[in-house]
Design a protein around this ligand. Structure first.
Ligand SMILES: NC(=O)c1ccc[n+]([C@@H]2O[C@H](COP(=O)([O-])OP(=O)(O)OC[C@H]3O[C@@H](n4cnc5c(N)ncnc54)[C@H](OP(=O)(O)O)[C@@H]3O)[C@@H](O)[C@H]2O)c1
Length: 239
């Protein structure tokens, strides 16, 4: 059965979001790719997959923009089966330590990365509820969001944002606990060359990582009992 899938933050061709879009299209699904600005590579895909690809403009940092995008989508699509919150924001001081980093960047990173995902879930929930199967929400998190495994002294904004996303995920697990039509996880997607650079030591290209995740998401769709923070290889990861 083919699915209607939405991926946020899909407007960077070397990034994970774009490659998730590509993998789902190749698998025969209908895909909603959300972007902040036009993306030439997505426009190219649109020529090949015309009726299967919907490009939606959405800034996850703006409730107004997210609600408007949901309203627009509901005019052309009657349901969503899988929602992948992939969009992320990282500040220019991400690599700096506590004493060097401008702490005022943190709120913005948390707002886009964690609150943004919740905004999207809230606005698109009515479409997910109309799935004939389980409506699946996959929040792309990171091992950097694990509080118990934290070892870094940099990436404060990013780590805090992903930890907040994990907390948001668990809150929604509780919210949906009696509703077996919606399932939700947060996922560390692996270490990926999302900058597209060949000298990046990460073992997975975005294209490779996307297929691992696509298969994982199908496997987890009806799993309501397992741990909620998992890796791309379906290992439980500590919060
Ligand atoms: N690379 C890794 O090894 C690794 C490891 C762990 C987790 N992850 C996670 O995997 C995901 C994908 O990583 P990536 O490097 O491919 O991400 P990315 O390219 O840095 O960001 C993904 C997209 O988020 C979009 N975005 C930023 N602010 C936004 C906003 N306000 N509204 C809507 N979209 C916004 C960007 O759009 P623009 O193109 O418009 O800027 C970008 O296309 C992220 O969630 C990341 O944290 C990656």
């Amino acid at each position: 059965m083919s699915n209607n899938v939405m991926v946020t933050g899909a407007g960077k061709a070397v990034g994970l979001g774009f490659n998730l879009v590509l993998r789902y299209l190749e698998a025969g699904d209908t895909v909603v790719a959300t972007v902040r600005k036009p993306c030439a590579e997505l426009d190219e895909l649109n020529q090949k997959y015309e009726d299967k690809l919907i490009i939606l403009t959405m800034d996850v940092g703006s409730t107004e923009s997210v609600n408007k995008a949901a309203e627009e989508l509901s005019k052309v699509l009657d349901h969503l089966d899988i929602l992948i919150n992939n969009a992320v924001s990282v500040s220019p001081d991400c690599d700096k330590g506590f004493f060097e980093a401008d702490l005022d960047y943190i709120a913005r990173t948390v707002d886009i990365t964690a609150v943004g995902a919740l905004r999207v879930i809230k606005a698109f929930y009515p479409l997910l509820k109309k799935s004939e199967d389980v409506g699946l929400i996959m929040n792309i998190s990171s091992e950097a969001g694990s509080i118990s495994k934290c070892f870094r002294t940099n990436m404060i904004d990013y780590g805090m944002a992903k930890a907040a996303l994990n907390m948001g995920t668990m809150n929604l697990v509780n919210t949906f606990k009696d509703d077996k039509s919606i399932n939700i996880f947060c996922v560390h997607p692996g270490w990926i060359r999302t900058d597209g650079r060949e000298d990046n030591p990460a073992p997975l290209s975005s294209y490779e990582a996307a297929e691992i995740l696509r298969e994982l998401f199908e496997k987890k769709r009806h799993d309501f009992d397992g741990h909620r923070f998992i890796t791309n290889y379906d290992e439980d990861y500590p919060f």
